[in-house]
Design a protein around this ligand. Structure first.
Ligand SMILES: [Zn+2]
Length: 102
């Protein structure tokens, strides 16, 4: 539920964790413009595809730029990272990340 997402995001923000997406992109040689702070949660299985908004396995703390990069370059991200960042139907984790399990 969306209402559970806000306290979760605040907890992450207060924990000192920084964006977890951009360091991965940087390792692959992608020039990053990371905000170095958590501005949202990347959904590995997108909510529009029935992905959970509360399962921690589906959510990766990210800055807006990092999250946007994934959204805008899905083919490249799949090629570089397999299902680590983007989970699609047919992947082993697909069912487990469904919002029906919330
Ligand atoms: Zn970032």
């Amino acid at each position: 539920m969306i209402s559970e997402r806000i306290p979760r995001l605040l907890r992450i923000k207060n924990s000192g964790v920084e964006c977890l997406i951009c360091p991965l992109l940087m390792e692959e040689g992608i020039p990053i413009l990371c905000a170095r702070q958590i501005q949202g949660l990347h959904e590995r299985r997108k909510r529009s595809a029935g992905g959970s908004l509360v399962n921690p396995m589906n959510l990766i703390p990210a800055c807006n730029w990092g999250n946007g990069y994934i959204e805008n370059n899905p083919a490249q991200i799949r090629e570089l990272f397999g299902s680590i960042l983007v989970v699609r139907e047919g992947d082993a984790e697909w069912e487990g990340l469904s919002s029906r399990n919330d």
